[in-house]
Design a protein around this ligand. Structure first.
Ligand code: ADP
Ligand code: MG
Length: 217
């Protein structure tokens, strides 16, 4: 599913990732762990085609990301990847439900085909009351859960999450992590979750540990 070969990423003097190689298998669930600044987010952005390595190669479902042009990458992200970021990116000018439907609109997917799934997800995540509200009217945790629905709405083959429960208390954090794992399992998505939270990580049987930009375990 994912093959990372000898990837290095530099930001001027900083080496954020150092000769990282790894493989991830379709439908499996992985945690990426390590201290703050160890390169976790950088790795996740590279896997999602949001940034490019300084050297090395990333192949996802047979597509080498470095060989795609911007348009192909944008299409890859829209069709194949769901993102959940620590600093969630709901568009402030749209209410929650319009934010959730945005990837479908971009992909040309009929809203009617995902509507009932979206409503069920909102119910399970306890954010039905948020759907007509704008991001500024929601708490950080509510925004995070709305964002999660948006990321899951098109049943992406690859679900990339950066500290997806960073704004939640430990009880909700555990609930959202379980739901994430269950849903990814249901539609066969490969799930990659960056976390420095031991409790979140304990839900995953496979972990990659980063230290100073290198995989140490
Ligand atoms: P983590 O997510 O594990 O906390 P990051 O991947 O965000 O770590 O960062 C790894 C290293 O790369 C850090 O030293 C960070 O300061 C640096 N870094 C990350 N993104 C950038 C950037 N856009 N410009 C410059 N340095 C960056
Ligand atoms: Mg980070």
């Amino acid at each position: 599913m994912i093959e990372v070969k000898d990837v290095t990423k530099r930001f001027e003097q900083t080496v954020a990732l150092q000769s990282v190689s790894l493989e991830m298998h379709q439908g499996e669930q992985y945690a990426i762990r390590g201290a703050s600044g160890s390169g976790k987010s950088t790795l996740l952005y590279l896997l999602g085609g949001l940034d490019t390595p300084s050297s090395g190669e990333i192949t996802i479902m047979g597509n080498c990301l470095q060989q795609m042009d911007d348009q192909q990458l944008a299409k890859f992200r829209n069709r194949m990847v769901g993102f959940v970021f620590q600093f969630h990116f709901l568009l402030p000018s749209m209410n929650s439900i319009d934010n959730i439907y945005l990837p479908a609109k971009i992909a040309g997917v009929k809203i009617s085909t995902i509507k009932s799934d979206v409503e069920q997800l909102a119910e399970r995540l306890g954010v039905v009351h948020c759907l007509k509200k704008y991001p500024y009217q929601l708490s950080g945790g509510e925004q995070q859960r709305v964002n999660l629905i948006r990321a899951l709405s098109l049943k992406p083959a690859l679900l990339l999450c950066d500290e997806p429960t960073g704004n939640l208390d430990s009880q909700n954090s555990s609930l959202v992590t379980s739901i994430l794992i269950e849903l990814a399992g249901q539609f066969g998505a490969t799930l990659v979750v960056v976390t420095h939270d031991d409790q979140v990580a304990s839900h995953f049987s496979r972990s990659f540990w980063l230290q100073d930009g290198a995989i140490i375990r």
